[in-house]
Ligand binder design. Structure first.
Ligand SMILES: C[S@@+](CC[C@H](N)C(=O)[O-])C[C@H]1O[C@@H](n2cnc3c(N)ncnc32)[C@H](O)[C@@H]1O
Length: 414
């Protein structure tokens, strides 16, 4: 729309909504949202009403000073009470905004989502509202993605249904959890990755576009996963994705009875041969993509006490397909050292360049696992400061930016 009068009016409307949101002025906001969506953004700061509602709760300089030196100035109770009221008003404002189409993961010009601001300011109640909104939006999206109109010929009714689906999708910002930072980057697609030449270093594998395929710093996470999955010798394990062979090395130390490895990249397979993996005790190497190999294992009735999944350049959908369609057939319900059932683990790193995306993703994966018949236990493992250790030098994209890793171990429900 080129009409300057219209632009001025729209901008005024946006500024009024942002101001009402920042003031937690529910009544004005409600009136304004009668003719406008909450999905507006300040052209300079990129603030949405959600950003504004949360940022307005930043403690001012004076009250910060009072907290930091621990002094009581006689007003502490009043300050605390005022603060609680501010947060409560912010919660109401955010709920109203979400009801009116506010998008949970819009970025401002600082590259922060509303949830990032809440997290940075330690406003956990507000942060959780963002996470919950993210989970709702992403679950709805993934369900719509699965939605297929019935029948062959597209009847009018079906076309209407499709239109409805598109309308809903238009109203939700697509996060595509693991594509947050890789969207549109062909190098992170599985066929491109599998065709690229890998570089092996002592402490990392990089693909042809310098994406970090696997890095030594993950050893602590691999070790703990292996301990939880194979707590005793003599068990049967399946590992999908050999990479640097870190977890496979630990599985070997645990004296697995049988140790199946699925690996798709020719360079990794070549290296496995050079390093004698094909001759190690109990090892059976399956060359190819798990998508082509796993159905055959199910058909043959292969069963495992433990399954670990850690591939590269695959979307979340692939992991979900793996545990929904296949783990159920491959994990022995009477497996494990005390026959209490086998265990499934995976590298849990999607969305890990942003805390809020990581938390949304983890909740979604837990819900999807539950729907697939698994209970998940999470263990929190601290991750050292990888920037400080210069880990990312020469790596195209930091795929980890968080202080804690959430390690999932899944077992059959009941
Ligand atoms: C992150 S690395 C695994 C690291 C491993 N957990 C370790 O401890 O060293 C991912 C591995 O999965 C492999 N991979 C990627 N896509 C695959 C697929 N569709 N099927 C099987 N392997 C795949 C990659 O070639 C790579 O070796």
């Amino acid at each position: 729309m080129d009409d300057p009068a219209f632009n001025v009016e729209t901008d005024l409307q946006t500024q009024s909504i942002l101001l009402a949101a920042a003031n937690h002025d529910i009544q004005s906001l409600r009136n304004l949202l009668r003719n406008s969506s909450a999905n507006v953004q300040d052209s300079e700061t990129g603030f949405t009403p959600l950003h504004a509602a949360i940022a307005a709760c930043e403690p001012d300089h004076e009250s910060k000073k009072d907290h930091s030196n621990g002094t009581t100035n006689g007003n502490t109770d009043e300050v605390t009470k005022q603060r609680e009221q501010d947060i409560e008003a912010a919660v109401k404002t955010m709920k109203l905004l979400f009801e009116n189409g506010a998008i949970w993961n819009d970025l401002d010009t600082n590259h922060e989502t509303p949830g990032c601001i809440a997290y940075r300011l330690g406003l956990m109640e507000l942060y959780e509202l963002c996470v919950d909104a993210g989970v709702r939006a992403e679950l709805l999206l993934s369900r719509l993605d699965e939605y297929q109109p019935l029948g062959d010929a597209a009847s009018d009714e079906e076309e209407d249904d499709e239109d409805d689906t598109e309308d809903v999708q238009d109203n939700i910002e697509i996060l595509d959890l693991n594509e947050d930072a890789t969207q549109g980057d062909e190098s992170t697609e599985n066929p491109t990755y599998l065709a690229s030449t890998l570089t092996f270093n002592r402490d990392r594998i990089l693909d042809g576009s310098a994406n970090g395929v696997m890095m030594q710093w993950e050893t602590t996470l691999m070790r703990r996963s292996a301990e939880l999955l194979l707590p005793a010798p003599g068990l049967r394990v399946l590992n999908v994705g050999h990479g640097m062979g870190i977890i496979d090395g630990i599985f070997q130390d645990k004296q697995a009875k049988s140790h199946h490895i699925i690996e798709a990249h020719p360079d990794v397979l070549k290296r496995m041969k050079e390093q004698g993996w094909y001759e190690k005790p109990g090892v059976v190497t399956h060359e190819g993509r798990w998508q082509d190999i796993v159905p055959g294992l199910v058909e043959k009735g292969k069963m495992f006490d433990a399954i670990y999944f850690d591939t590269f350049a695959e979307e979340y959908k692939a992991l979900r397909e793996f545990f929904t369609e296949f783990v159920i057939g491959l994990l022995d319900p009477a497996g494990g050292p005390t026959s209490e059932g086998g265990k499934f683990g995976f590298f849990c790193g999607m969305g890990a360049d942003r805390q809020v995306a990581y938390d949304v993703y983890n909740k979604i994966v837990e819900i999807d696992l539950f729907e697939a018949g698994f209970d998940t236990e999470w263990e929190t493992i601290p991750v050292p400061d990888l920037d400080e250790q210069d880990e990312w030098e020469g790596v195209r994209r930091k795929y980890w930016a968080l202080k804690n890793y959430k390690l999932p171990t899944c077992s059959f429900i009941g």
